[in-house]
Design a protein around this ligand. Structure first.
Ligand SMILES: [Zn+2]
Ligand SMILES: [Zn+2]
Length: 139
């Protein structure tokens, strides 16, 4: 670990295939085996995507071209990811940048507000309207 002056965001282990975060490396590995390295024929869990491809090719004579449950562009079975190891450097950098931007936002911890279209304040063109904040209680 080198010393750096600029504060670094400590990121949890994350899955390159689907960009989910995990509490620790062990859970991440379990996730990858269950979601991305599992043989779709016999449900055997392999330890890497290429291992899964080889297994399916040798045992079931099938050609796997995509890693299951992976994001578009991240479904390449020829890249060997093992937990958080093997992730291309630019993807790590990109992810860290996005995450630090997200975490740097003080107001929102969540990435997206749950409601996109809630009718908050549908003020039509009423000019000079008094916005009564519940004091007047006029009905
Ligand atoms: Zn994943
Ligand atoms: Zn199998």
């Amino acid at each position: 670990m080198g010393r750096k002056k600029n504060k670094q965001v400590v990121l949890k282990p994350w899955c390159w295939y689907c960009e989910r975060e995990f509490e620790d490396e062990k859970i991440l590995l379990t996730h990858q085996k269950a979601k991305h390295f599992k043989c779709h024929v016999c449900a055997k869990r392999l330890s890497t995507a290429s291992g899964m491809v080889i297994h399916v090719a040798q045992v079931h004579k099938e050609d796997i071209k995509r890693v299951p449950n992976a994001m578009p562009g991240r479904d390449l079975p020829n890249i060997d990811i093992f937990g958080s190891q093997g992730i291309p450097e630019e993807d790590v950098a990109d992810y860290e940048r996005r995450m630090s931007e997200k975490l740097g936002d003080p107001a929102s911890k969540r990435s997206r507000p749950p409601q996109m279209q809630s009718g908050v304040g549908t003020n039509g063109g009423s000019s000079g309207a008094s916005t009564d904040a519940g004091i007047g209680t006029g009905v």
